[in-house]
Design a protein around this ligand. Structure first.
Ligand code: SF4
Length: 390
């Protein structure tokens, strides 16, 4: 834990930072500013020290003016990623534990208003699913659950983590928000990374898309990453859900959030994910006003890499195969393969409703072959642990 960086310290809180920069509300200031960025400002940003962050640099790199410089940005991103991570791509698989949820997130198939047969896995059933993944070669697993606190409790998760520790070199979790002391318990049981999407940094949009349940509290959500970083988590996963608000401004808020966490919890690694909205049970993608194009997605990834040299960039199976094949060489450090997004999905293929529709359905072996074909080295194991124990 980082005792000097208590999550209770509000004077430098991410909430205060976003409010000061008008990245949580009053965002029209940024809409104007982004349109005004000149080619010269973009060139200055590209010429600055690769991997260094400032808000003005990120503004230039996500601006419409930077769309003419994507090739140059891609080349720099490629070089920087190879320097920091080699030609490796870590492989992981999500393991869904429950589709029961108390929240009403309007973009999610698991939201409590949707009528479908919901499923929970017992700890033994979850271990059986994990064993399928381990047999396929995975050593990095991401436990995923909706907000089902009564069943997927802290003790459920610690029991599961203890059962999986011997089989996996890295256990991460994408779970409902907990207290700092609950996160600490998970960490001590062997869960070393937490991903918590803010979904959107835009307060008004957040209120529109979160109509009920504990998750509807924007400020509480915002403090989550401080809490689990403070608890000692080695990997801190951040992302907005792409499609809910203007991606350029969301990236600025994400950059400020990451910069804040980097300064306070320097022992942890920050990872960015790029979840684009996908159709799901009861959720057609067309109703969302800010859907992100492939070109926008590439620009966002490159801009973040050029500002955060050591950040992990994570790519999920939400994206189609042909796009994933192109993105792996631009700065990605970790990707999922063969994912199922329903509890029990590895043993009972397509029987239960998933959280969203997977777009790249290739088997892990196909992903390995694709990476090797591109001169990249697929890594099943998290080598950081070996490094840390030296
Ligand atoms: S996004 Fe998460 S919290 Fe919201 S409805 Fe879906 S599973 Fe529940």
């Amino acid at each position: 834990m980082h005792a000097s960086a208590s999550p209770m310290d509000s004077s430098t809180s991410i909430r205060a930072i976003l409010a000061k920069e008008q990245l949580d509300a009053g965002r029209h200031v940024w809409e104007r500013r982004l349109q005004e960025v000149t080619t010269r400002e973009v060139e200055t940003a590209i010429a600055s020290r690769p991997g260094s962050y400032s808000l003005s640099k990120l503004v230039a790199l996500v601006s419409p003016a930077a769309e003419n410089c994507l090739e140059q940005m891609a080349e720099l991103s490629r070089k920087l990623t190879v320097q920091r991570f080699g030609r490796t791509i870590r492989l992981y698989a999500p393991l869904y534990l429950s589709s029961h949820c108390v929240n009403r997130c309007q973009y999610c198939g698991f939201n409590r208003d949707n009528m479908f047969d919901r499923v929970r896995l017992s700890v033994d059933e979850a271990v059986a699913e994990a064993e399928i993944l381990a047999r396929e070669g995975f050593r990095d697993v991401l436990l995923v659950t909706s907000e089902d606190r009564q069943f997927i409790s802290v003790s459920y998760l610690t029991d599961l983590a203890k059962a999986l520790r011997g089989k996996f070199s890295f256990i991460g979790a994408e779970i409902y928000q907990m207290t700092a002391s609950d996160y600490r318990e998970l960490f001590l049981a062997g869960i070393e990374g937490i991903t918590l999407y803010q979904e959107t940094y835009d307060r008004q949009a957040y209120a529109r898309y979160h109509l009920g349940g504990p998750k509807a509290d924007y400020d509480m959500r915002l403090r989550g990453p401080d809490d689990f970083a403070w608890a000692g988590m080695r990997e801190i996963g951040l992302a907005p859900l792409l499609g809910l608000a203007d991606w350029r401004i969301e990236t600025l808020a994400l950059g400020e959030h990451a910069h804040h966490l980097f300064r306070r919890y320097w022992k942890s690694r920050i990872s960015f994910s790029f979840p684009r909205l996908r159709p799901a049970c009861g959720v057609p993608a067309e109703g969302f006003p800010h859907l992100v194009t492939d070109r926008n997605l590439v620009q966002m990834m490159l801009a973040l890499r050029l500002c955060f040299a050591d950040a992990g960039l994570v790519l999920s199976t939400r994206e189609p195969a042909n796009l994933r094949d192109r993105l792996v060489k631009l700065g990605i450090t970790k990707m999922s393969a063969g994912s199922r997004t329903s509890p029990g999905g590895y043993s009972h293929d397509h029987e239960n409703a998933g959280q969203f529709e997977v777009n790249d359905e290739r088997a892990p072996a196909d992903i390995v072959a694709m990476l090797k074909h591109q001169g990249l080295e697929p890594v099943w194991k998290d080598w950081d642990r070996a490094f840390l124990s030296v």
